[in-house]
Design a protein around this ligand. Structure first.
Ligand SMILES: C[S@@+](CC[C@H](N)C(=O)[O-])C[C@H]1O[C@@H](n2cnc3c(N)ncnc32)[C@H](O)[C@@H]1O
Length: 378
């Protein structure tokens, strides 16, 4: 029998249920949601699959140990018994992060100090080596989460944040995070069978993520060797990781539909082209420079999702009533039979669109409160 690994994935609090579904779909068990987190269990296979396949998770952690944390002394006593050398080398630069919630008898900064001392002590005791605690060049991120006097000690196994898929071409001033683009597609229940269009595509994130979904393509397949946190860790099983990558490639298929991306700015169109090329989806995308107000539905039915331009993040068209009314009028005239999703700042005068949304979702775009409105265009 294989051992069960305890894991958790973080995400914005609005989408924990969606992420829980994704985790169950890749074989995670005992899936439970918390505040901005989804806990789950998995086999070694599920562990590597999660790093490749989850589209909505921000970060992934593997639990090392859970223990009581009523005082700094208890934290030190429990943590120093952990054989940290089985998790990372003495030479690996380690940083310690602490998150606290609920009522706790111990203060967060003391938890950090005691875990640091325990790691140092453990390396000295078990392998007679000095640990390398260093936050500025850390390659190993140990995370202590204390909730109501219980500590969950874990290690960040994704490394970089999981929106960093490895295909993005930099240069657009206000790109969506790939995880947010995948969220919008999920909220529209996109299953990859109907055409997808983003007529203000910026760097093309929504359409590229949608195409990858339609291809059943693992979102993290383009990350390079050395870019996942687990590669540095003692439990890394290269064979199972390789198998997970082979399985992901074998599960890929041609998309059954087309993808349309356009933007008024020729530089943004070029960025979309380059990112699509890096994501190896370029042959399924029709990318062109076009004003939104000149676009027409390319097929009878489909899904249009766009992240409207706004002055806060882009020094161009203001998202005022007049612009939103023009957007609404153009959609009514030219996109009958389509489903439409519009992402805009929470305080945008969305009623000016002149359409009744069938659903609204509050979300965060970076530090900005935004709302995603979904319309059925009859
Ligand atoms: C907020 S950005 C979209 C970012 C995009 N979702 C991404 O992930 O990179 C809005 C985009 O709308 C484009 N835009 C502004 N007015 C437009 C118009 N009338 N027609 C087409 N695109 C327009 C801008 O050039 C900009 O790239």
């Amino acid at each position: 029998m294989t051992d069960t690994i305890k894991l958790y994935a973080t995400c914005p609090n609005e989408i924990t249920d969606l992420l829980a579904k994704e985790i169950s779909a890749i074989g995670g068990t005992n899936v439970k949601t918390g505040y901005r987190v989804v806990y789950f269990d998995g086999t070694e296979e599920v562990f590597y699959r999660a790093h490749l396949q989850l589209r909505l998770a921000s970060r992934l952690f593997r639990v090392i140990k859970e223990f009581p944390a009523h005082s700094p002394t208890i934290v030190f006593d429990k943590a120093k018994r952990i054989k940290f050398h089985e998790y990372f080398k003495a030479a690996s630069a380690v940083k310690i992060g602490v998150t606290m919630s609920g009522d706790n008898k111990v203060e967060g900064h003391l938890v950090g100090t005691k875990i640091r001392e325990a790691i140092t002590d453990s390396f000295k005791h078990y392998v007679k080596q000095d640990a390398n605690i260093s936050s500025w060049d850390a390659t190993v991120n140990v995370q202590a989460y204390v909730h109501s006097n219980r500590l969950m000690l874990s290690v960040d196994t994704a490394g970089k944040s999981m929106h960093k898929r490895g295909y993005r071409m930099e240069g657009h001033p206000a790109p969506l995070k790939e995880t947010l683009a995948a969220t919008l597609l999920n909220l529209c229940e996109y299953d990859g069978t109907i055409p997808l269009m983003d007529p203000m595509c910026g760097s093309g994130t929504i359409v590229i993520e949608g195409c990858m979904m339609a291809m059943n393509k693992a979102p993290m397949i383009h990350r390079k060797k050395g870019e996942f946190g687990f590669e540095e860790l003692g439990f890394f099983k290269n064979q199972i990781w390789k198998q997970a990558q082979d399985d992901a490639r074998a599960g890929q298929k041609w998309p059954d539909t087309k993808f349309y991306a356009s933007d008024i700015d020729p530089q943004h169109v070029e960025i979309t082209r380059e990112s699509a090329l890096r994501a190896r989806v370029e042959k399924y995308l029709e990318i062109e420079q076009k004003d939104f107000f000149d676009t027409k539905k390319p097929e009878e039915t489909g899904l249009l999702i766009t992240n409207l331009p706004y002055g806060i993040r882009l020094d161009e068209t203001q998202l005022d009533e007049d612009f939103l009314k023009r957007v609404g009028d153009h959609l009514k005239e030219n996109f009958k039979g389509w489903k439409v999703g519009l992402l805009m700042p929470e305080d945008a005068p969305f009623k000016a669109v002149g359409l009744k949304p069938s659903r609204k979702y509050p979300l965060m775009n970076g530090a900005l409160n935004v709302k995603f409105y979904v319309y059925d265009m009859y």
